[in-house]
Design a protein around this ligand. Structure first.
Ligand code: PEP
Ligand code: MN
Length: 351
């Protein structure tokens, strides 16, 4: 249920109404928009009559029922206003969201050693990326495949952050690693395979680092938004949704099917920022640039691109990784599309 307050409602009245709803056993959440204050009501609202809520205060303009099962993630919950995720980094605060320039996240699939991660960080930064990605804990299909260097890789990511000022995005697989990982990560990634690991979602929802929630490879939009809802319901409002390809019937020519329709679909369903990962989405480096270009044209808020200094020697996902030179070229091409759309801003200040 959404309670829209009239413009100019006194602060004390909003507090009083909040209290009243809490007394009814509901969980009110105040959302301060550009023009209006809205109170989101979560809880057992099925039996509630909007008219009964309307009577609580003459300052209530309108009471609306959220029809979607994902309440907090729904577009209506913020009255159609997009949310933004602000991430402080050493290079300045970077904003993810519909009203901000495109944010580019780049880096290798896995952190392999100090030299490669620092070199990649320098190259992607010079090309204009805002964040460095790199896995320390890797979710691999085979238990015999490289599993990531774990804790020591977190130290290497910290070194790359120190050297370049880039924010760090890295994946959390096990809640036991959360504190250690949150010391280095500016954004915590929850991977496709853990999208419905509800206990992990509750844990990352109960801390403050922003979350990048990748779409499960067989997840419907509703599954995905309900997973985001777990994080929002636990108190963390900073969630970015990342489309990374879904499983369809062809695995011979592309690793996954990148669902670019996710951009307009999510835009209509949710206020949360959108990211597209054409690297995992296609699994082939040669397909990544065109899908990245299509993503920015279709209105994505951010991109995640795998970049490796020597893809042929990569310990994971080499076939889908761009070389730093190819990434540099891609960033120039993206600028050509992004500028007229008003979604392009040159790299953040150099430190
Ligand atoms: C990754 O980003 O390296 C990764 C494993 O992604 P996904 O969870 O989308 O497969
Ligand atoms: Mn990867």
């Amino acid at each position: 249920m959404i309670v829209v307050m009239k413009i100019g409602t006194p602060e004390a009245e909003v507090t009083r109404i909040d209290q009243e709803f809490s007394n009814w056993g509901l969980v009110p959440e105040k959302i301060v928009g550009k023009h209006k204050v809205v109170i989101g009501l979560v809880g057992d609202t099925v039996e509630l009559d909007p008219l009964q809520i309307q009577e609580v205060s003459p300052w209530i303009e309108q009471v609306l029922r959220v029809e979607q099962p994902f309440k907090r993630a729904s577009r209506e919950y913020r009255q159609g206003e997009p949310s933004e995720v602000a991430v402080p980094t050493p290079n300045g605060t970077i904003y993810f969201g519909e009203q901000h320039p495109l944010v580019v996240v780049a880096g290798p699939c896995s952190v392999e050693n100090e030299e490669m991660i620092v070199e990649t960080a320098r190259r992607v930064k010079a090309a204009g990326a805002h964040f460095l990605r790199g896995g320390a804990f890797k979710p691999r299909t085979s238990p015999y495949a490289f599993q990531g260097h774990g804790e020591s890789a977190l130290g290497l990511l910290a070194a790359a952050r120190e050297a370049t000022g880039l924010g760090i995005i890295t994946e959390l697989m096990d809640a036991a690693d959360l504190d250690m990982l949150a010391e280095v990560a500016d954004v915590i990634q929850i991977g496709a395979r853990n999208m419905q690991n509800f206990s992990l979602l509750k844990k990352v929802g109960a801390q403050d680092k922003p979350i990048l929630l990748k779409r499960g490879m067989a997840a419907t939009f509703e599954d995905w938004l309900m997973a985001a809802e777990y994080i929002l319901a636990a108190g963390n409002s900073n969630v970015i949704l990342c489309e990374r390809g879904i499983r369809t019937f062809d695995r011979q020519y592309a690793r996954n099917t990148l669902d670019l329709a996710a951009i307009p679909v999510l835009r209509s369903l949710t206020h949360l920022p959108i990211m597209i990962d054409p690297s995992h989405g296609t699994g082939r480096a040669e397909y990544v640039p065109s899908m990245a270009m299509a993503s920015i044209a279709a209105g994505t808020d951010s991109l995640m691109i795998e970049v490796h200094p020597d893809p042929k020697k990569a310990l994971s996902d080499g076939p889908q990784s761009l070389t730093p030179d190819r990434f540099d070229q891609l960033m120039r091409d993206l600028a050509i599309v992004g500028k007229p759309l008003g979604r392009w801003q040159s790299a953040v200040a150099v430190v």
